[in-house]
Write a protein that binds this ligand. Structure first.
Ligand SMILES: *Cc1c(COP(=O)(O)O)cnc(C)c1O
Length: 240
């Protein structure tokens, strides 16, 4: 079941890359495993899926440790392949577990968070890959830097790029839900434009983290390089 759904999502990505004239390897699949059991994550790993996204810190750290221990026993060749991405809301006082347990953070918003992460990133790990979260649909309650605060974003990106224990990779967004493809594309198109503007300031960026199960096509059409897919792989979640 999970193997088939995973396969289906991968085929879908290939198809969409073809449809929008992008190289097939230009879109990476991040399997969003929040609320899913470690058994399901292990099944996905056995199918060759190694990048996972989590939202809830305590749950995530428990699963990361449990899965690492099981892999060390049963499939040591996978231990270093598995990558953990934190994609949930980031509280400034909870940065340490992210610095210590994750490979990526998609939801960075402030210099203060960045500085804490930079300080807390253990020396034996590679720099933490980060994306700045942008609020691309203008809703008040959504997290992220407003799309219109271009100067603020440029300044933050410059400052983050100076921190040696972080590696700024790009931008992430989670727009308000829309059902029509043409409307879904609008915030992703804005994010892509912002990404190009940032690159023109001299930063080397390679990641646009956008698109979930319900708007993956729109995101790929607009240039996503990481799509974050939960439901389409693992089925409906019991809680959120
Ligand atoms: C849960 C979540 C996803 C995955 O959503 P699905 O609709 O299950 O694919 C992607 N990104 C973020 C930030 C999430 O919280």
């Amino acid at each position: 079941m999970l193997a088939e759904q995973l396969q289906h999502v991968k085929q879908q990505i290939q198809l969409l890359c073809h449809r929008y004239q992008r190289p097939a390897e230009s879109v990476q699949l991040l399997a969003v495993s929040k609320t899913q059991s470690f058994e399901k994550i292990l099944q996905a790993i056995e199918q060759g899926q190694f990048a996972f996204g989590e939202n809830y810190l305590q749950e995530a750290v428990e699963k990361i440790q449990q899965i690492r221990a099981i892999l060390q026993q049963e499939n040591p060749q996978f231990v270093d392949k598995v990558q953990w991405h934190f994609i949930g809301a980031l509280q400034s006082n909870k940065t340490r577990p992210i610095a210590e347990h994750f490979d990526w953070l998609h939801s960075l918003e402030t210099l203060k968070q960045a500085e804490r992460l930079n300080m807390q990133r253990p020396a034996h790990l590679a720099p933490l890959n980060v994306c700045i979260q942008v609020n691309s649909s203008g809703e008040q309650q959504k997290s992220g830097i407003a799309l219109t605060d271009v100067e603020q974003l440029k300044q933050l990106a410059q400052q983050i790029s100076q921190l040696p224990r972080l590696k700024l990779r790009g931008l992430m967004t989670l727009p308000a839900p829309e059902t029509e493809l043409s409307r879904q594309r609008i915030p992703f198109c804005h994010l892509k434009n912002l990404f190009e503007q940032l690159k023109q300031t001299g930063l080397t960026l390679d990641t646009l983290s956008m698109g979930m199960s319900s708007d993956m096509e729109a995101a790929i059409a607009e240039g996503a390089t990481i799509v974050r897919i939960g439901t389409a792989i693992f089925g409906q979640r019991n809680y959120d």
